[in-house]
Design a protein around this ligand. Structure first.
Ligand SMILES: C[S@@+](CC[C@H](N)C(=O)[O-])C[C@H]1O[C@@H](n2cnc3c(N)ncnc32)[C@H](O)[C@@H]1O
Length: 190
C-alpha cells in the first residue's frame, strides 16, 4: 500500500514517515537478517512497521505514545493480524518495564531520548541482532560545526552523545549512512 493511502496520513501536515532510501536500507536489512522478533520505537501510523512485516515473518512489537496514531496504525496493519502488537505508551516507561529479547530494533521515536534508550536497547538485543536508528543527523545539524539554534540544541547534543556512545561500543559494529536524515546501523557482535 502507498503511504498516502494509510489511514491518518492526511491528518498530518508534516509526515515523519520513513523516507525512500531509508526504506530501501531497512527493507534490505530485514531480508538479510531474517529477524524473528522486531521492536520498533515510534509507530506513527504504521508505515515502517508494514515494511518490516511485509519483508519478514517476524512478530513485531511497536511502541507509540499518541493514542490516535496507535489506532490508525492498528487499522493500517490489519492485514498482518496476529503478527504485531502496538503498545500505546511512553517508550521510556515501556523500556524500563520490558525484559524481552529481540533480533532487530528500529529506533524512530523521540530523537532527544535515543541516548537514554540505548542501554535498554542494548540489553534487549540478541547477539547477532541489528539496531537501526533513524534521523540521527537531524537535518545535518549533528555533524555540523555551525552554531545550533537554542530550540534544537539539546536534541542535537543528545544525538551527538548517542552516536559517540554507539560508535565507541565494542560490542557493536556501527555504520553511519548520511543520506536523507541519517541512519545508523549497528550489528551486535557480542
Ligand atoms: C518519526 S515518527 C515514526 C515514523 C514511523 N516509524 C514510520 O516511519 O512510519 C515518530 C513517532 O514517535 C512517537 N513518539 C514521540 N515520542 C514518543 C515517546 N516518548 N514514546 C513513544 N512514541 C513516541 C510520535 O508520536 C511519532 O508517531
Amino acid at each position: 500500500m502507498r503511504k498516502e493511502d494509510f489511514v491518518g496520513f492526511e491528518r498530518h501536515e508534516y509526515n515523519p514517515i520513513l523516507r525512500p532510501e531509508t526504506e530501501k536500507l531497512l527493507g534490505s536489512l530485514i531480508l538479510q537478517h531474517k529477524p524473528k522478533t522486531i521492536l520498533e520505537i515510534g509507530t506513527f501510523i504504521g508505515y515502517s512497521a508494514s515494511v518490516m512485516l511485509e519483508k519478514s515473518d517476524a512478530f513485531l512489537t511497536t511502541v507509540e505514545i499518541d493514542p490516535q496514531n496507535a489506532r490508525d496504525a492498528r487499522e493500517n496493519l490489519k492485514d498482518f493480524e496476529g503478527r504485531f502488537e502496538i503498545v500505546c505508551a511512553d517508550a521510556g516507561q515501556f523500556l524500563k518495564q520490558n525484559n524481552k529479547k529481540f533480533d532487530f530494533i528500529f529506533l524512530d521515536g523521540p530523537k532527544g531520548q535515543y541516548k537514554n534508550y540505548f542501554p535498554y536497547l542494548k540489553k534487549f538485543l540478541n547477539v547477532g541482532g541489528v539496531l537501526v536508528a533513524d534521523d540521527i543527523l537531524f537535518y545535518g545539524l549533528v555533524g555540523s560545526n555551525e552554531p545550533v539554534k537554542h530550540k534544537h540544541r539539546s536534541i542535537v547534543n543528545n544525538l551527538r552523545t548517542f552516536l559517540s556512545t554507539l560508535q565507541a561500543d565494542e560490542d557493536f559494529d556501527t555504520q553511519i549512512f548520511d543520506f536523507e536524515d541519517g541512519v545508523s546501523v549497528s550489528i551486535r557482535k557480542k
